[in-house]
Design a protein around this ligand. Structure first.
Ligand code: ZN
Length: 144
């Protein structure tokens, strides 16, 4: 029986949506294609680490023109323009900034390097001259 804990950690970057988002007054009246476009736009911003900005040309590629119009115009617009880009309203209040994503990726990379070092170099007693953890002094001395 599961205790609710995942068997392994999922290391993908996720976006965050409020559980009440579908019933939000700005969302509830959207067409299915506009709803999809809005989710696509948020995912695009996360993948591109754009902090919520999306160029008009990129937005057009994500959905049909009528859906773009739906989420960018009117009093309930979900994206706001600064003249150059569209911005997902309150994106950084809920989603990771580019800096946060970089820190997470770097920490995961460090953890991966430590795991490989422990398994392959320490565990098999085969130090690797290219491994920073096996030979930290060499890396410093060579400037690498
Ligand atoms: Zn090593």
């Amino acid at each position: 029986m599961s205790d609710g804990q995942p068997s392994s950690f999922d290391d993908r970057i996720y976006i965050r949506l409020d559980q009440g988002m579908p019933e939000n007054r700005k969302i509830v009246g959207l067409s299915d294609s506009a709803f999809r476009l809005y989710i696509e736009a948020i995912c695009w911003c996360s993948r591109q680490r754009s902090n919520g900005a999306i160029p008009p040309a990129a937005l057009k590629k994500l959905g049909p023109a009528r859906a773009v119009k739906e989420i960018t115009t009117g009093p309930g617009a979900l994206l706001e323009s600064d003249g150059d880009s569209w911005w997902v309203h309150d994106y950084l209040q809920h989603n990771r900034s580019s800096t946060e994503i970089d820190v997470i990726k770097e920490a995961k990379s460090d953890a991966g390097n430590k795991g490989a070092h422990a398994r392959w170099h320490v565990g098999r007693r085969k130090p690797d001259p290219k491994c920073d953890l096996c030979f930290p002094a060499l890396k410093v001395a060579s400037g690498g």
